[in-house]
Design a protein around this ligand. Structure first.
Ligand code: NAD
Length: 246
């Protein structure tokens, strides 16, 4: 077993996931960067971590594929002998009003955001329960709490992540494993870059803090939830949204 604490972040080559990987590496974790697209971006994250003296391992794989997720988790335990923190961050959007939303738009989003989270937890659960420690942090969204026009698939997936988080927090608590979720508001990443300027302005006007959040606003909360400082917190949904939902 490696001595360093090990953290795996899914979809960690861009946006919020990248920032989480960099932050956890700074905190001293050996970080496993899972990615599916853009290997060059994953290599950049690894280089950035190593240049600061940290340790990073790249892991290619599609979290929405049950068997692949199972194999990825088995590989982590075989290689490092432990998994202290699992951050289920990978996610997609396929926004569309329901009248125009296709069955694939709906299924794809549920498969990656909700089933992908289940797949990774399921893959890691046996060994994590046996080791009797671990933190699982799932990425939900404010949209999973309040809903949003054009995002019935995405909001259903993120509401699903909330239910899954609370159920597994109860299931895993006797084995000293904390399961929490973060519900980010409107954060500056590639995902929100796609939104037209006019709609962005309208959204910002509904945020009490009057600005979008940054990936580090989320990464700092992940680092806290992953730490021993959060040992008595489980089954919680932490809203990091500039006051959008309260
Ligand atoms: P992003 O698109 O930069 O990050 C998502 C990452 O997930 C990408 O690297 C993508 O390649 C990866 N991914 C997609 N499908 C995958 C799969 N099947 N297997 C492995 N990786 C896969 O966007 P982001 O804004 O950084 O989003 C990160 C998470 O935060 C997502 O779950 C998203 O839903 C959530 N979130 C984002 C915001 C926001 O405002 N940006 C708000 C609320 C929640």
């Amino acid at each position: 077993m490696v001595e360093k604490k090990v953290a795996l972040v899914t979809g960690a080559n861009t946006g919020i996931g990248k920032e989480i990987a960099l932050t956890l590496a700074t905190e001293g974790y050996l970080v496993i960067v899972n990615y599916l697209f853009n290997e060059d971006k994953a290599q950049e994250v690894k280089l950035e971590i190593e240049n600061k003296g940290g340790q990073c391992h790249l892991q290619y794989g599609d979290v929405s594929d049950f068997k692949i997720a199972e194999e990825m988790m088995a590989e982590v335990f075989n290689t490092f002998g432990r998994l202290d923190v699992l951050v289920n961050n990978a996610g997609i959007t396929r926004d569309q009003l329901v009248l125009r939303m296709t069955e694939d738009d709906f299924d794809d989003v549920i498969r990656v955001n909700l089933k992908g989270t289940f797949n990774c937890i399921k893959g890691a659960s046996k060994k994590m329960l046996k080791q009797r420690f671990g933190k699982i942090i799932n990425m939900s969204s404010v949209v999973g709490i309040m809903g949003n026009v054009g995002q019935c698939n995405y909001s259903a997936s993120k509401a699903g992540v909330i239910g899954l988080t609370k159920s597994l927090a109860r299931e895993f608590a006797p084995r000293n494993i904390q399961v929490n979720a973060i519900a980010p508001g409107f954060i500056e990443t590639d995902m929100t870059d796609k939104i037209p300027e006019k709609i962005k302005e309208e959204m910002i006007s509904g945020i009490p803090l009057q600005r979008m959040g940054k990936p580090e606003d989320i990464a700092n909360i992940v680092a806290f939830l992953a730490s021993d400082k959060a040992n008595y917190i489980t089954g919680q949904i932490i809203q990091v949204d500039g006051g959008m939902t309260m």
